[in-house]
Design a protein around this ligand. Structure first.
Ligand code: ADP
Ligand code: MG
Length: 726
């Protein structure tokens, strides 16, 4: 048996199994060895129904039946009900305001439920709003035998539980891995992490860790190997980012000297002065662009913290600078440097263009907008509008000859047809995956690259930022401009809903608009998740129309819609052709509808705090007082405590740190797009581990030591290739 052998060479597989394995991305022996348990059975909170007591938090392995959707008697809130049975008894389960659960589950399905036990008026025990895990049941056989043998529990033997799919059970994976390991396949395996690092951080070696992670004798061993693989993942990301940083940093760039005064003069024109945080950001940027190599900086700040204002004032300073004449050793006395600014969607690009037009009014600076559908230019030669529609060809000509000095747009900016005369600075907004390749397309020249400023309002913990943005220097805008009205955030219990709806109706009479966000649905299959979300959005919009807001124009927004449809709907909402927009969390994508001053978030306990904060960010842009209504049915004190942080935390970063500590990485917005696995995310919780991985990786790259570690170098190249082919 060889690591590169396919599984079908050594296991007899039927068609369903083959499909399932492919779906899990498991083709070779090595793939399977690197398929780590999602968790280990934990006997401490696992209970039989007959042993449950009021107040327990427990996990039960059950068969569900009697699924139905009801409306609660008083508040008319839809809820799902079921009966759960194991061999010892049965218990009633209720999910308040999560009627969709009844649709996710099937009659007779085996699941594990984790939640709090309470007693109703008749003295019956119930479990309310439990977490449902459809995947862990398969090992219940293991659990129950385990459970009845107390002496085994005391020895802390735990069984690995693997993520399953149709045709491939956790048990099958467990046995297959045991078979593979018993062949002695690990004997020839060389560790790719350098020995000095293994020793320094007391990590198990690759051989040991591969055994321990699948067949731990003690839970401590499993933890040590998980730590090793988590470290390993972050270490490889850090290596790759350090390499990128080195490559970018060795290129040439325009050396631009701008004084803080020049920047301030522009800001004064806008009628305000920079916050302390903005000042820090500006001076970091000015120091960067004065160097002969490209800046690589990330500006992270909540919506409204003044990122666009910084971008505009830096852009202004850059484009009023002359290109440098290398032969004469001083700036030319003609021409000007150029700035490109890229946004993820057409609406956002257009919004940036519009803000820039306002900020640059009265200056001679020419600004272009280039999107998939057309082109615009500011200032207009004739007419009363500040800008005119022009042909793309015309705009591209003016960009190429340098007349248009600021070009704003979507991905259209990195098409081959776009070329700049003297592009000195590229600003990129909310593009988490704008990597080296895209940067290369912007610069269009060998060994030369424009300065690069990335901006994001996505609040993520510092450890995660240091990892996924390891190639960038970080600046945090942790302060809002003064005098900003805070969004009034209220936690609304089920019996206070009517009062809230009444309040909203009054505000709507004043002409305000409302977002309603439906609960997050956790479903491993993203496609299914989207379908369920769509259904729940449609159901809620119908309910609101029928029962609460019969005379309002209500429409929906969800991920099953095409980008075009979403943009259309957002436009109609922005024009107030829609009063209430019922949506999934897709509205996160930062569109600005100033008249929408209210947001309801249903099932708020199902969201991460940072995500709730981002959703709330949809209503901060108004001059009217904004309101965020956090609807929750949870009676868990812990959940309520967590949600209260929305009222006290200073900013999104604080909330993202709380998310990570309280509930783990699954609660961080956009986790999937960052390409860090769940295991890698375990490292993200641990600042020491992230710093260690970062220090070691930087040391190796900066001192050019990679060639001394042949096993590491080979593995690094293989992984990097895989990342870049994705
Ligand atoms: P972001 O891009 O981070 O969401 P913006 O730059 O668009 O934030 O700023 C939000 C609003 O605050 C804009 O109307 C902007 O003009 C204003 N603003 C930005 N910086 C300041 C400041 N230092 N003082 C007062 N208002 C500011
Ligand atoms: Mg902005």
């Amino acid at each position: 048996m060889n690591l590169r052998d396919t599984l079908s060479q050594h296991f007899r597989l039927n068609e369903t199994q083959k499909k399932g394995l492919t779906k899990l991305g498991l083709n070779t022996i090595q793939d399977l060895l690197y398929y780590f348990p999602a968790r280990y059975s934990d006997s401490s909170d696992l209970k039989l129904i007959q042993d449950l007591h009021n107040g327990d938090i427990a996990t039960i392995y059950v068969k569900v039946s009697g699924l139905k959707i009801k409306k609660s008697f008083r508040t008319k809130i839809p809820m799902a009900e079921a009966v759960a049975k194991d061999e010892s008894g049965s218990i009633k389960i209720t999910w308040f305001n999560q009627a969709f659960i009844a649709k996710i589950l099937k009659e007779g399905q085996h699941v594990s439920l984790t939640g709090k036990i309470s007693e109703n008026k008749n003295g019956q025990l119930t479990m309310n709003n439990p977490e449902v895990d459809k995947n862990s049941y398969a090992s219940s056989e293991v659990h129950h035998t385990l459970f009845s043998k107390h002496e085994i529990i005391e020895e802390e033997i735990r069984f690995p539980i693997y993520r399953e799919t149709r045709g491939v059970t956790s048990k099958w994976i467990f046995h297959a891995i045991q078979k593979i390991l018993s062949t002695g396949i690990l004997e020839g395996v060389q560790d790719h992490i350098p020995e000095d690092i293994i020793k320094k951080y007391k990590l198990p070696t690759l051989q040991t860790a591969l055994v321990w992670i699948h067949i731990p004798k003690r839970i401590k061993d499993a933890e040590a190997s998980r730590k090793r693989f988590a470290f390993e993942e972050v270490f490889f990301i850090q290596l790759s980012k350090a390499q990128e940083k080195k490559n970018n940093g060795s290129k040439d760039s325009y050396q631009i000297s701008i004084t803080q005064k020049q920047v301030n003069a522009f800001v004064e024109r806008l009628g305000f002065s920079l916050t302390k945080a903005q000042e820090r950001a500006v001076s970091a940027i000015l120091a960067d662009i004065a160097k002969p190599h490209p800046m690589s900086r990330l500006l992270e700040g909540d919506v409204g913290s003044g990122k666009t204002a910084i971008a505009a004032s830096i852009a202004n300073a850059v484009v009023t600078n002359r290109p440098f004449d290398k032969e004469k050793g001083k700036p030319q006395n003609f021409g000007n440097l150029q700035v490109a600014m890229m946004a993820p969607t057409e609406i956002l690009a257009t919004q940036h263009f519009e803000s820039f037009v306002k900020l640059f009014k009265g200056t001679p600076i020419q600004i272009g907008l280039l999107t998939g559908t057309g082109a615009k230019k500011f200032p207009a030669k004739v007419g009363s509008d500040p800008w005119t529609n022009i042909s793309k060809a015309q705009l591209l000509k003016w960009v190429k000859n340098g007349e248009v000095s600021i070009l704003i747009g979507t991905h259209a900016l990195i098409y081959k047809s776009v070329s700049f005369k003297d592009l000195a600075l590229a600003i990129v907004d909310e593009q988490h995956r704008f990597g080296t390749k895209q940067r290369g397309k912007l610069s269009q020249k060998e060994n030369f690259a424009p300065h690069f400023l990335s901006m994001t309002a996505t609040p993520i913990p510092r450890t995660l930022a240091l990892t996924i943005y390891g190639d960038l220097d970080l600046t945090l805008l942790d302060e809002l401009p003064p005098g900003r009205k805070r969004v009034i955030t209220e936690l609304v219990a089920p019996d206070a809903r009517d009062k809230t709806y009444d309040f909203i109706k009054k505000e709507m009479l004043e002409g305000r608009q409302l977002y309603v966000i439906c609960p997050r649905i956790n479903e491993p299959d993203p496609d299914k998740e989207n379908v369920l979300q769509m259904k729940s959005v449609q159901a809620e919009s119908k309910r609101l129309k029928k029962e609460i807001f019969p005379d309002k124009k209500i429409d929906v927004l969800h991920s099953k819609m095409t980008p075009k449809e979403k943009e259309k709907t957002m436009e109609r909402f922005a024009k107030h052709e829609i009063d209430i927009l019922v949506a999934t969390s897709v509205v996160e994508v930062g569109v600005n509808v100033p008249n929408a001053t209210m947001i309801i978030i249903e099932g708020a306990e199902r969201f991460g705090l940072a995500q709730l904060h981002q959703l709330r960010g949809r209503v901060v842009r108004s001059s009217h007082q904004a309101h965020c209504f956090v609807f929750t049915d949870t009676n868990s004190a812990k959940s309520l405590e967590r949600l209260k942080a929305l009222q006290t935390a200073k900013n999104g970063f604080e909330l993202s740190e709380l998310d990570l500590q309280l509930r783990g990485s699954g609660d961080l917005a956009g986790v999937k797009q960052w390409g860090v696995t769940d295991l890698g995310m375990e490292a993200i919780k641990n600042i020491k581990m992230v710093e260690a991985a970062r220090t070691e990786a930087q040391n190796i790259i900066e001192k050019n030591l990679l060639k001394n570690y042949t096993v590491l170098q080979k593995e690094f190249e293989a992984r990097d290739r895989k990342i870049h082919f994705e």
